[in-house]
Design a protein. Structure first.
Length: 519
């Protein structure tokens, strides 16, 4: 008698089956002009799973989806889960070089794609020779029509794959803001733990109508199972524009959504905000990068106490710490909240020893949420797991009430004249100025100081930046060491595909010609 599954907890495929089996005619998704019920969602995953198995896909096989937001993306990712495939997300706005690099590095055999992207996919396929199967979400000159294939099958009960909790469920890639993107190996155990924390710790409305403006084939998928387990529905936009987001909130009476700070700033600066009814919003989840406390307070004043912050990274996703809605008091808006009880988290020094309260230490994590390692990068994995902890690279301080404030990434720290300057502390001061919409601070080469503090700021609509006033503002708040030696004005800041400030891209033009990235 086999006891392999005797003590295996329910994993992500089990949770998806459970969520979709509880309702039939209740709407689950509104996307691309279509309404998909729980039954329709369930039956589509069933037929698509049968296609996957028929073409030879099974547990551990690498698969990616590259598409705009459309219903079939949900079916494709659900079928991947039901067949035990190892998924790798692709952002639809990525370049052919980036996509080919990820597909080759992740050892992806099968690419499911949007026919509207056929020309791009053909270019990617030339650069990713290990791709051996292309499945199109509709008629295309490339590969096979997955929708037509699925129509040949009859829906049946969903059957989750029998997989070990330690098996690999996905391989996502770091943003590459400090070098070539690394493949992060995630297990079924880690995925189930993420969902468990989301269900236990996150604050959800009773009636969930969740707005998604991010790509379904990328980060937005992390919200699918928690919302479905709670009987909620999704409204999916083609992409994000502040005007489109505001219109959708009013039209669909959205109760929950997820945004990144850059999206929030665009919403706050949009002229339609003043006349849009957003009273249905109960919870706005936000994360991926640090939010300006000044702009966050602006948002609270406009939308009310609806904001819920989550902090994590690919290596320990989304749920290391949370700042709950009622904790968004003015004195805590710069914090990332407190660690959740489902992970072991500590602020450690270079010797992996806890730092005294109030002093800066690296955020380090243990527990089932943590990745299995970096793909084919044993040295980087060993360094990340130094001392038996996952080293996040983020530096934080803990206050007397246990709240953590991230002061910056260790790799973003500026060393100017022998003094350490954390860019985020300067950015938070700059964004208190009423003329500043967003700010990024970097170190640039300087013969005298080694590195000099440079600020790049985006003005609010109609505003003119007084550079001297900004420098004086920082000098008064933080002292002369933190005061920018120069300030550049920009229309926008470079962002990674997930909405983080792309400091690597920002530094590039200032460090061009230098053989070092520190001075």
């Amino acid at each position: 008698m086999s006891t392999t599954m005797l003590h295996t907890p329910p994993l992500m495929p089990d949770l998806l089956v459970h969520a979709l089996s509880r309702y039939d005619d209740r709407p689950a998704v509104f996307v691309d002009g279509e309404t998909i019920t729980y039954r329709g969602y369930r039956e589509a995953i069933s037929t698509w799973s049968q296609v996957y198995r028929a073409v030879g896909l099974g547990p551990g096989d690498g698969i990616s989806v590259l598409s705009r937001n459309k219903p079939e993306v949900l079916f494709a990712t659900g079928a991947s889960m039901m067949t035990g495939c190892r998924g790798t997300p692709l952002h639809p706005l990525g370049s052919a070089d980036d996509h080919a690099y990820v597909l080759e590095n992740a050892e992806i055999d099968t690419l499911v794609f949007d026919p509207a992207l056929s020309e791009h996919v053909a270019e990617v396929a030339k650069r990713a020779p290990r791709l051996r199967r292309l499945l199109s979400l509709g008629p295309s000159d490339l590969g096979e029509d997955l929708i037509a294939l699925a129509a040949q099958y009859t829906p049946g009960p969903l059957e989750p794959p029998k997989v070990d909790s330690g098996s690999l469920s996905s391989m996502s890639f770091t943003g590459g803001t400090t070098g070539r993107p690394k493949g992060v190996l995630s297990t079924y155990r880690g995925g189930a733990e993420l969902t468990r924390i989301q269900m236990a710790e996150w604050q959800w409305p009773d009636d969930i109508r969740f707005l998604i403006a991010a790509p379904l084939s990328h980060a937005a998928a992390a919200f699918t199972i928690p919302v479905l387990l709670r009987g909620g529905s999704f409204v999916v936009l083609p992409g994000f524009t502040p005007g489109g987001w505001l219109a959708a909130v009013e039209e669909h009476k959205i109760t929950a959504t997820m945004i990144v700070p850059a999206m929030l700033y665009a919403i706050l600066d949009h002229p339609d905000l003043a006349t849009t009814d957003t009273s249905s919003l109960d919870t706005v989840f936000y994360g991926a990068s640090a939010a300006s406390p000044a702009r966050l307070q602006q948002a609270i004043d406009r939308f009310g106490p609806v904001f819920f912050q989550f902090y994590g990274q690919n290596e320990a996703p989304m749920t290391i710490t949370v700042l709950r809605k009622e904790e968004h008091t003015p004195d805590r808006l710069a914090t990332c909240g407190r660690p959740v009880p489902w992970v072991r988290a500590a602020l450690l020094d270079e010797n992996c020893e806890p730092v005294p309260r109030g002093e800066a230490g690296e955020i380090c994590v243990q527990g089932p949420l943590v990745m299995a390692g970096y793909h084919k990068l044993p040295e980087q994995t060993e360094e990340a797991f130094r001392g038996g902890w996952l080293h996040t690279g983020d530096v934080a301080r803990e206050d007397d009430d246990g709240y953590w404030t991230i002061v910056d990434r260790t790799k973003d720290m500026i060393v100017s004249g022998g003094f350490n300057v954390f860019p985020r502390e300067v950015e938070d001061v700059l964004t208190t100025h009423p003329d500043v919409s967003a700010a990024a601070v970097i170190g640039v080469p300087d013969e005298k100081w080694g590195e000099a503090v440079k600020a790049v700021v985006v003005p609010r609509p109609g505003a003119e930046i007084d550079v001297a006033a900004l420098i004086a503002l920082v000098r008064e708040a933080k002292g002369p060491i933190h005061a920018p030696k120069s300030v550049d004005i920009a229309e926008s800041l470079p962002l990674t595909p997930v909405g983080k400030s792309d400091k690597k891209a920002l530094r590039a033009k200032y460090w061009a010609g230098s053989d070092r990235r520190v001075n």
